[in-house]
Ligand binder design. Structure first.
Ligand code: DMJ
Length: 469
């Protein structure tokens, strides 16, 4: 029997209605004829993804219980800050629900409700805590309707809000969870622009628009500082509004800014995001996209002001783009770029963090269990029904498991050429990588049309009526 995780219960609890998004919610450019009806379930792959999740979770449970994450080689827990914020259980909870792992989900819920407190006098990275914790808490709430998730989410967001108190309204990198003291004004588009889904969805759930407005102002202020070419750079001072690094690309420190422009429109129906997405997408396609005779379509680095190409590098983080292009309706470009993404895996065995797509030279050889290539394979499979994408994703998943599985979990790869390992297992491996592997195998487990995934793969249910701002 197929199991579809239902958001109906919580929709009733919230009085939000249970309809799928109306067609007026869907952009002209978005592919609305999904292949959902023709998608099949690959039971064997689903079982493998579930097994991998159980192996990772068992490692965490045995050696890192109560900590942020597992160090699978030294078999111990690791905390990001002075005290644990239970990053792995919060991040991984909705994957357990989607996989139907009821016993593990109950374990995680109990741990979180008994031990998670944000009353900790320590400075945290606003972006990471937003996408992993706030995102995880919100999706948990929408999945099972337990108001304790929402209480935790609201408490956390209230503690993060002081980060937006800069002269421009763009957030600082760090904020103290108790004092509200901020640190590091040199921020980047990803960490400034990828807060709107989480803060916005919290506003939709609580009726308190302070969260939506703060995160939206940050995006607006960032967008206002785009160059004449419509591009953003890599580092900006949130106090002066001046760019400190004009390199423009779709990789680390910019990536999810673009993702959230499109998704904020799809989740909230706020037209101001659609206009920003259209303009930014066109700028990226005009100035960053680079087709080479030998190796196909890539997105490199250019100066945001002149458009001059300064580097031909691409890597694991850039691999989110086929998913976002496909979601925005450009299946041709998405599928061509997916071929390039997949070639990184077949060329090196496992994709490197960064390489030069013209010379083939590896720039950063690590692979910290990232999800983006699997994420794009999943989106393309759901949106086209073409089995080729499931085959690609299956091969990528097998390569990950073969290269990274150790006795007590899965370990980051330090060098994809030698398969030497690092002693880490990021929470996004359970939140994203294995969730996308499972959904690729069983796309019927979650209704793609009902949700928008945040950049940490937490599904947010679209709430009707849309905001229409
Ligand atoms: C995750 O935390 C998110 O996907 C983020 O957008 C990028 N980095 C990691 C995964 O690679």
């Amino acid at each position: 029997m197929k199991r579809v995780v239902s958001f109906c219960l919580i929709a009733m609890v919230l009085g939000c209605g249970v309809q799928a998004p109306s067609s007026q919610h869907v952009p002209d450019s978005r592919l609305i004829v999904h292949a959902s009806d023709t998608l099949t379930v690959d039971q064997a792959l689903a079982a493998e993804a579930k097994d991998a999740f159980l192996h990772a979770w068992t490692g965490y449970e045995s050696h890192a219980w109560g900590h942020d994450s597992l160090q699978p080689i030294s078999r111990q827990g690791k905390d990001w800050y002075e005290a644990s914020l239970l990053m792995t259980p919060v991040d991984a909870y909705d994957t357990m629900v989607i996989m139907g792992l009821e016993e593990q989900a109950e374990q995680a819920r109990t741990l979180v409700f008994e031990q998670l407190s944000f009353e900790k006098d320590m400075s945290v990275q606003v972006f990471e805590i937003t996408i992993r914790h706030l995102g995880g808490l919100i999706s948990a709430y929408q999945l099972d309707g337990d108001s304790r998730w929402l209480v935790l989410a609201t408490d956390l967001a209230n503690r993060l809000l002081p980060a937006f108190n800069s002269p421009t309204g763009m957030p600082y990198v760090f904020v103290n969870l108790v004092t509200g003291a901020v640190e590091q004004p040199h921020n980047n588009p990803a960490e400034i622009g990828s807060l709107i889904l989480e803060f916005g969805q919290l506003s939709r759930l609580t009726g308190d628009m302070r969260y939506y407005d703060a995160a939206k102002t940050a995006v607006q202020e960032l967008f206002n500082r785009r160059s004449e070419l419509g591009l953003v750079g890599t580092i900006i001072d949130v106090e002066t509004g001046q760019w400190l690094n004009p390199e423009s690309h779709v990789g680390a420190r910019i990536d999810s800014y673009y993702e959230y422009l499109l998704k904020a429109w799809l989740l909230f129906g706020d037209e101001t995001f659609l206009a920003k997405w259209n303009l930014s997408r066109d700028a990226c396609n005009t100035h960053l996209a680079h087709t080479t005779d030998q190796s196909g379509l890539w997105y490199g680095i250019v100066d945001m002001n002149s458009g001059e190409r300064t580097s031909t590098t691409f890597g694991a983080l850039h691999a989110f783009l086929p998913a976002v292009l496909a979601l925005g309706g450009d299946l041709d470009r998405a599928s061509t770029l997916m071929d390039s993404v997949y070639s990184m895996w077949t060329r090196y065995g496992v994709e490197p963090e960064l390489f030069n797509y013209v010379s083939g030279e590896i720039i950063h050889a690590g692979y910290p269990l990232r999800p983006e290539a699997l994420e794009s394979a999943y989106y393309l499979y759901v949106l086209t029904g073409d089995k080729r994408y499931r085959e690609m994703g299956t091969d990528i998943f097998h390569r990950i498991i073969r290269a990274s599985r150790v006795e007590d979990g899965f370990a980051h790869i330090k060098d994809v050429r030698t398969n030497e390992k690092n002693d880490g297992m990021q929470s996004f491996f359970l939140a994203e990588t294995l969730k996308y592997a499972y959904l690729l195998a069983d796309p019927t487990a979650l209704d793609f049309d009902e949700v928008i995934f945040n950049t940490e793969a937490h599904p947010f249910r679209i709430i009707q009526p849309e905001l229409n701002r």
